[in-house]
Design a protein around this ligand. Structure first.
Ligand code: TUI
Length: 310
């Protein structure tokens, strides 16, 4: 089996998560220039906006990068064609099953790596021709599945023959080693890159990550089609309180319209939706993307040597 670095033509086996409203060309290029795979998040953007970000990213890095397609977006179909037209080498997908696009992407020579929250979807993606999968645990920020990384990764690894990339709950070298011990061939990290110099987000967002404790995230919309993990604040608590009171999904949605933008652009501590994973509690400083990647991989051998199991 090809390793992830050979498959993706990168130096370190790390993908930067496709974070809505965050993962733009600047962050993606910084990650690719530091030896990982940078990812532009298409999120709910129009194809024209994504095209511009792809073109700018090509100017900022000579290295490969990916586009993440959020399949719940009304623009997903157009962006699925855009990545072919723009010769994007790698596509990751989230929030759905990309089956209908697989044939066209494979014919265009694109490496396809869907995010999966379960063994069943991982198996379907292997059959559909995926080159690898990203198995994402419920520790992650944003839209999440039900299963923890610790439980999910070995079950997915045992079920399929293509490489598995672990996501959810990875912010330092110990978690990188643990992911590989579970059978992963690479990792994807999102939250740790929120607290980077290059992340194009309001300073308040970065400071919220730095200040967060272990128990400071909460899941809004558990039991709905789109549960989302965010940092606890007024909006998140209000959302959970109202949903417990049985307020309708439509009303809850009006509460959250524009809330990601309020977090990312305005730094609105009360009314913003500050998506972040459970590892926010262990991130203590803002570093460059290059330092983050080096810190994740430079001392893996020391960690492995210090393991005393029996
Ligand atoms: O997609 C993510 N994380 C995201 S997307 C996002 S934008 C958004 N904001 C509010 C509501 C909804 C979306 C913010 N964070 N991670 C990858 C991921 N994919 N997590 C879970 C899934 C997933 C879920 C179900 C993938 C496939 C799936 O399949 C269902 C099916 O159709 O079989």
């Amino acid at each position: 089996m090809k390793n992830i670095c050979q498959l993706l033509q990168i130096k370190y086996p790390i993908l930067q998560g496709g974070m809505a409203s965050v993962s733009n060309h600047v962050l993606a290029a910084a990650v690719s220039n530091a030896g990982g795979l940078g990812i532009i998040a298409a999120a709910s953007d129009t194809a024209d906006i994504v095209k511009e970000k792809i073109r700018l990213c090509k100017q900022l890095t000579p290295h490969p990068f990916a586009v993440n397609i959020m399949l719940m977006s009304p623009n997903a179909k157009e962006i699925a064609q855009l990545v072919i037209d723009e010769l994007v080498p790698v596509v990751t997908t989230g929030a759905g099953n990309p089956g209908v696009y697989m044939k066209a992407w494979k014919e265009a020579g694109i490496k396809v790596i869907p995010v999966v929250p379960s063994v069943a979807l991982a198996k379907r993606m292997e059959l559909a021709g995926a080159d690898a999968v990203i198995a994402e645990g419920t520790e992650s920020g944003g839209h999440i599945g039900e299963i923890t990384t610790m439980a999910l990764i070995p079950q997915v690894v045992d079920a399929i023959s293509i490489p598995v990339i672990a996501a959810g709950g990875i912010a330092d070298v110990r978690q990188v080693v643990a992911a590989f011990a579970l059978g992963a061939k690479g990792i994807q990290a999102g939250t740790v890159f929120l607290a980077s110099v290059e992340a194009p987000i309001h300073e308040n967002y970065k400071q919220m990550i730095i200040k967060a404790k272990d128990i400071d995230t909460i899941v809004t919309g558990r039991g709905t089609k789109a549960p989302v993990r965010v940092l606890k604040n007024h909006l998140a608590k209000e959302y959970v309180k109202l949903s417990q009171q049985g307020v309708s999904l439509e009303e809850l949605e009006t509460l959250t319209i524009g809330s990601l933008r309020k977090a990312v652009v305005d730094g609105d501590l009360e009314n913003g939706s500050f998506m972040a994973g459970q590892v926010a509690g262990m991130i203590r400083e803002i570093r460059t993307v290059e330092k983050i990647i080096h810190d994740l991989f430079d001392s893996t051998k020391d960690i492995i040597q210090r393991l005393e199991i029996l």
